[in-house]
Design a protein around this ligand. Structure first.
Ligand SMILES: NC(=O)c1ccc[n+]([C@@H]2O[C@H](COP(=O)([O-])OP(=O)(O)OC[C@H]3O[C@@H](n4cnc5c(N)ncnc54)[C@H](O)[C@@H]3O)[C@@H](O)[C@H]2O)c1
Length: 253
């Protein structure tokens, strides 16, 4: 496959879960990809597995100087930047709103919202230099509909949905497209962790989660990665400000 031949991408949170699947599928499609994460061992292992068309860079997306360095290092290594996948995220504290601390609220916004801001901010210069680009923001079904849990997470994903539309408008003239992706529950370490925050039988909770999706099961990381490959490619050249919902029908109701 050569849908992404010549393109250079940076994937935040690329060491595991959805991010790692995005890295893998984009490399197979011909891209060179910087894997940005704080999980150094997993990131370095993925770089070894995929070879010289990838490089692992340590950066915490909530720290602007680290984001700036990672973007500069990507351009230094691969010569340009065409695609930014803002995927790094945490689910955060699972408590009702009246029990949350300010620190618990702020931590989620720092990574899920401010991280997207920093990465977008520092991607614009190299994308303008490249003559355009594609910014792909991982929101969630919970950027579209509510649920009675993880309040800071849902707030963060709603913010990411509208940040995508604002930036789509701001940078359309630069031929920089900005879209959001809205996954249903995808089987990754994040969802495994979420199940451990619920009381009772984890296997029963997994079946309950699956049943929320009309297709009857959770998604796989690749279900999202194929959407990312599409939005990164020239096949999506007329797509900006859109919401790509990949949720097994969860949000149809
Ligand atoms: N899994 C799902 O069901 C689901 C559903 C909807 C949306 N999403 C979104 O998709 C994205 C990926 O989720 P996932 O399920 O693969 O999660 P995950 O926890 O399995 O992986 C997230 C990755 O982000 C990295 N990360 C976390 N904080 C970081 C930071 N400060 N700086 C850099 N990297 C950091 C982690 O180390 C990890 O590698 C997240 O934004 C998540 O909110 C996931």
């Amino acid at each position: 496959m050569d849908r992404l031949n010549g393109k250079v991408a940076l994937v935040t949170g690329g060491a595991q879960g959805i991010g790692a699947a995005c890295v893998q599928r984009m490399v197979e499609a011909g891209a060179r990809v910087a894997i940005v994460d704080v999980l150094d061992a997993a990131g370095q292992a993925l770089e070894r597995q995929l070879g010289e068309r990838t490089c692992y860079l340590h950066a915490d997306v909530s720290v602007e100087a680290e984001v700036a360095r990672a973007v500069q290092a990507t351009v230094a290594r691969f010569g340009r930047l065409d695609v930014m996948v803002n995927n790094a995220g945490i689910s955060g504290a699972n408590k009702p709103t009246h029990e949350l601390t300010e620190a618990e609220w702020d931590r989620v916004q720092a990574i899920n919202v401010k991280g997207v801001f920093f990465c977008t901010k520092h991607a614009i210069g190299p994308m303008r230099a490249a003559g355009g680009g594609s910014i792909i923001n991982l929101s969630s079904i919970y950027g579209l509909v509510g649920a009675p849990d993880v309040p800071p997470y849902h707030a963060s994903k709603g913010a990411v949905r509208l940040m995508s539309k604002t930036d789509a408008l701001l940078y359309a003239a630069d031929r920089i497209r900005v879209n959001s992706i809205h996954p249903g529950f995808i089987w990754t370490p994040m969802v495994e962790h979420h199940l451990t925050t619920l009381h009772g039988d984890a296997a029963a909770h997994q079946r309950e989660l699956a049943a929320l999706h009309p297709l009857g099961h959770l998604g796989e990381a690749d279900d999202i990665a194929w959407g990312v490959v599409y939005l990164a490619s020239e096949e999506a050249k007329f797509v900006t400000g859109s919401e790509l919902v990949i949720d097994g029908g969860y949000s149809c109701r």
